[in-house]
Write a protein that binds this ligand. Structure first.
Ligand SMILES: [Zn+2]
Length: 449
């Protein structure tokens, strides 16, 4: 079925839910037609009142392959993505082994991904203290950005960088107009001593808001001084919002994301000895969570992402319950849409606001805005069809990540993905992946400024 029509009373077109018919032809949205429209001999898919929207673009995912396939892999992560309505994801330069810090390791990663992708997948490169001279070649090879940490990453092969390293690579990032993605925590000793490593409160206090704001100040300074694109990944500290907002009034080169878990959970509800909730920066108090939601509603975030970062149960210290020894990272890629929709609807988040945060906005950040993120003629036919009135419960049977462990287990959510189309092929039908490996490897086509 190469050519077909998709019809719904609620297609998300030009930021509105409208009745329309999409004519899909040769992997693309060939035509967008107002209202109900049929064409002789062309199959017609009638979705009635279901939401038809651009496929979700998750710009922050850790897949861990090659080298740590026992944590997650391309096959399982992209299958979970497809079933969750995600049609494109961008993979971080850690926690695979080797880490993506040279062209050679980038090629190894591309090889590892080849033949396994159920959705489209692109990659970021990484900056560590020893690879400033590799950055230009990584950009030419097609990474979508360069990611660095300002504190220990948790992976020894991916040490954190300092101001000097950022200064060294800024001219190259400027030359290619490629974003610098920063994990903004700047550690210091101004934290309480740990008495009980199983206490969530103690874990939270060990990574205070000022670590984030200090790092953000450095990020903003580098952004301004070199006039480069800087993206702050997974903001958790609401105290960081105001300074970001202020700088954004002066430049469009500063962007910021937050992630599902910071919006869905709060510290008061996290039991002790449950490192399944561990991530860095940590999930903070309810008051902070409310401020993050206000920022979502006020358009202060450029986009939302999963920061899917799973690990085997023993690495998560699920039996021992030690927050300080456990791997920091939350598994949840498959459920981004229903999580954000369910929590957001109680807070007045409209679909007109939520959908672009998951589609058009990440496409723009990645430089894919002429190709993905909208239901528009000529765009790639990456499409998600879902039911905003149906609820479901996250059970182990439906989780497609490599490991079932996730803090979202047993949550009942609104918003069920029905069908997912990747490059014009219907790959998911009612929660099952029925056509395999339709994803493409995405390389960033850079334009020299
Ligand atoms: Zn991450």
């Amino acid at each position: 079925m190469n050519d077909f029509l998709i019809y719904s009373k609620q297609c998300f077109i030009n930021n509105q839910l409208v009745e329309a018919t999409l004519y899909i032809k040769n992997e693309k949205i060939h035509q967008v037609i107002k209202g109900l429209h049929t064409i002789e001999n062309i199959p017609f898919l009638d979705y009635g009142n279901l939401i038809v929207m651009p496929g979700i673009i998750d710009a922050h995912v850790h897949i861990n392959e090659p080298g740590r396939e026992d944590w997650e892999g391309f096959e399982t992560a992209t299958k979970a993505a497809a079933i969750g309505g995600i049609t494109t994801l961008i993979e971080m330069p850690l926690n695979a082994s080797p880490v993506t810090t040279t062209v050679e390791s980038f090629k190894i990663k591309q090889n590892a991904a080849t033949g396994k992708l159920h959705v489209n997948c692109g990659f970021y490169g990484g900056i560590i203290p020893t690879n400033a001279n590799d950055i230009e070649a990584l950009i030419n090879e097609g990474v979508f950005g360069i990611k660095g940490f300002l504190t220990h990453s948790g992976i020894n092969e991916f040490p954190n960088i300092t101001r000097e390293h950022l200064e060294a690579i800024a001219p190259v990032l400027k030359k290619y107009n490629i974003p610098l993605l920063l994990h903004c925590e700047l550690s210091d000793n101004n934290v309480p001593k740990v008495n009980n490593p199983k206490s969530y409160q103690e874990y939270l206090q060990s990574r205070p808001q000022h670590w984030e704001t200090n790092a953000i100040d450095l990020a903003l300074e580098i952004q301004e001084r070199f006039d480069i694109k800087v993206h702050i990944v997974h903001l958790s500290a609401s105290e960081g919002l105001e300074r970001i907002k202020k700088r954004k009034q002066k430049t469009n080169k500063l962007t910021v994301e937050t992630c599902s878990h910071y919006l869905y959970f709060n510290a008061e509800n996290i039991p002790d000895a449950s490192p399944i909730y561990k991530c860095a920066p940590p999930i903070r108090e309810k008051q902070n969570n409310d401020l993050l939601w206000n920022a979502v509603l006020n358009d202060d975030f450029n986009f939302l992402a999963s920061d899917h970062s799973p690990a085997p149960p023993e690495r998560k210290q699920l039996e021992e319950g030690d927050f300080f020894k456990a791997w920091g990272g939350i598994s949840g890629l498959q459920f981004t849409l229903p999580l954000l929709f369910s929590e957001g609807r109680q807070r007045g988040l409209t679909l007109e606001k939520l959908i672009p945060l998951l589609t058009e906005n990440p496409a723009e950040f990645l430089g894919l805005e002429q190709q993905k993120g909208k239901l528009q003629e000529g765009f790639d036919a990456d499409i998600t069809v879902w039911d905003d009135s149906e609820t479901f419960t996250i059970t182990e049977e439906i989780i497609q990540h490599k490991h079932k462990a996730t803090p979202y287990l047993n949550e009942t959510l609104f918003g069920k993905v029905i069908h997912t189309f990747v490059n014009g092929v219907q790959v998911v039908e009612n929660g099952k992946l029925k056509i395999h490996r339709q994803g493409k490897l995405l390389l960033n086509k850079i334009e020299r400024r």
